[in-house]
Design a binder for this molecule. Structure first.
Ligand code: SF4
Ligand code: MG
Length: 340
C-alpha cells in the first residue's frame, strides 16, 4: 500500500543529571496506509518514547534531537509532523492521529458524563454543533460494543475495560487516519484484552484505519499485527511480515523475544529467552548494541554498527515483503554460512 508515515532517522533524547539518555536513537520506519503495525521490544527499548514523538506529545526534558516524521495525507503533499505547530497541531492530532493510552491510564475527565466527554472533544476539534455531536455518541459507543446508556455514566461507574472502550470510541470519533495504541491491553483481564484486540482489528477492516500497536506482549502482535517492527536499545533491529517474524525471525534478539512468548489466557512459555540486562540509554554498547547479550556475537559486532538492510526471506513464497534486519550475520562476509 501507499505510505502513511515515514519516520526518518528519528532521535529523541532526554537530559538527565547523569547525562543524555538517547532513548530513541536513529529510528527508520515506514508505515503503510491501512496496515496494523506492531512495535515490539522489552521495556526501555524506546517504544513509548517513539510513540510519544509520533503523536507530537514529547515533553521536556525529552526533545527531538534529529529526524523527520513525514505524514502523507490522501492526495496531498507530505507534511513533516515535527513542524506542525500550535492550534494546527491540536486540530491535526484529533483529526489525523488518535491515541489509545495504556489500559490503566484512561484519559477520561472524572467529573464529566461520558456523553459530555465526547461532545467536548468533538466541539473543540470540528465544526459540529453540540446537538450533532451528542447524537453521534450512541453509535460510537456501539462501535466499541457498549450500550447507549453508558453515555449517561461517569467514569467512576465504569469498569477498567469499559473505560478503555470509551477512550477508544473517543479516539476514533473524528475518524482519524492513524490510531496509535500504547500497551492498550496491559492491566486488563484476558476477556477484555481479547475484546480490545478484536475492536482494533475491526477498525482497520471497517474504517480502513491504520493502526500502530505498541506492546512488549508478543502474543498480541501474533494475533493482531500485519507487520512487526522489533526495537532494541533505541533503534529498530528487524521489521517484517508477522508470519516471517514468528516463523523465521532473523535477528538474534527477535529470536530471543519469540522464545519467550506468553499465550493470551494461557501459561507463559519460556524457550530460553534472552540473558543479560537491558543496556542504559545513557551509555549504549558500541557497534551492535545487542552484542553483550547476543549468543552469536562475532568480533566485528562490538566494533561496527550493522546497517539496516533487506535480507532474503525463506519463510515461504506467500510472504511478499522482504524483512529488514540490522545484524552482521546478514551483512558481513565473515559471517557467511553462519546465519542460521
Ligand atoms: Fe548478534 Fe552481531 Fe547480529 Fe548484533 S550484529 S545481533 S551481536 S550477531
Ligand atoms: Mg512503555
Amino acid at each position: 500500500g501507499s505510505p502513511l508515515l515515514d519516520i526518518e532517522d528519528l532521535k529523541v533524547y532526554y537530559n538527565t543529571i547523569s547525562g543524555v539518555a538517547q532513548a530513541v536513537d536513529g529510528v527508520n520506519l515506514q508505515i503503510k496506509r491501512g496496515e496494523i503495525l506492531g512495535i515490539a521490544g522489552e521495556s526501555g527499548c524506546g517504544k513509548s518514547t517513539l510513540t510519544t514523538a509520533l503523536l507530537r506529545l514529547t515533553k521536556p526534558p525529552a526533545y527531538v534531537a534529529a529526524g523527520r516524521i513525514l505524514f502523507y495525507p490522501l492526495n496531498q503533499q507530505p507534511i513533516n509532523l515535527l513542524e506542525v505547530d500550535g492550534p494546527d497541531l491540536r486540530a491535526f492530532r484529533w483529526r489525523n492521529l488518535a491515541y489509545l493510552p495504556q489500559g490503566s491510564m484512561s484519559a477520561l475527565n472524572p467529573v464529566l458524563r461520558v456523553k459530555d466527554q465526547f461532545s467536548d472533544v468533538m466541539l473543540e476539534h470540528s465544526e459540529m454543533s453540540k446537538r450533532d455531536a451528542l447524537a453521534m455518541v450512541p453509535d460510537l459507543l456501539k462501535q466499541v460494543g457498549l450500550e447507549a446508556y453508558v453515555a449517561n455514566m461517569y467514569p467512576h461507574e465504569l469498569s477498567g475495560g469499559m473505560k478503555q472502550r470509551v477512550t477508544l470510541a473517543m479516539a476514533i470519533a473524528l475518524e482519524p487516519d492513524l490510531l496509535v495504541a500504547d500497551e492498550p491491553t496491559t492491566a486488563l483481564d484476558v476477556h477484555v484484552q481479547r475484546v480490545i484486540i478484536q475492536m482494533l482489528a475491526g477498525l482497520r477492516d471497517k474504517m480502513g484505519m491504520t493502526v500502530i500497536i505498541v506492546t512488549h506482549d508478543m502474543a498480541v502482535h501474533a494475533e493482531l499485527a500485519d507487520r512487526v517492527a522489533v526495537m532494541y536499545a533505541g533503534g529498530v533491529v528487524e521489521v517484517g511480515d508477522v508470519r516471517q517474524i514468528f516463523k523465521a525471525p532473523k535477528h538474534p534478539y527477535t529470536r530471543g523475544l519469540i522464545g519467550s512468548i506468553p499465550r493470551i489466557g494461557g501459561e507463559r512459555i519460556r524457550l530460553g529467552g534472552i540473558g543479560g540486562n537491558t543496556p542504559s540509554p545513557r551509555n549504549w554498547p558500541t557497534g551492535c548494541r545487542f552484542h553483550p547479550r547476543c549468543p552469536q556475537a562475532m568480533p566485528i559486532c562490538s566494533q561496527e554498527t550493522p546497517a539496516f538492510l533487506p535480507v532474503a526471506n525463506e519463510a515461504g513464497s506467500k510472504v511478499e515483503l522482504q524483512p529488514l534486519v540490522a545484524c552482521h550475520l546478514y551483512s558481513h562476509p565473515e559471517a557467511e554460512g553462519t546465519s542460521r
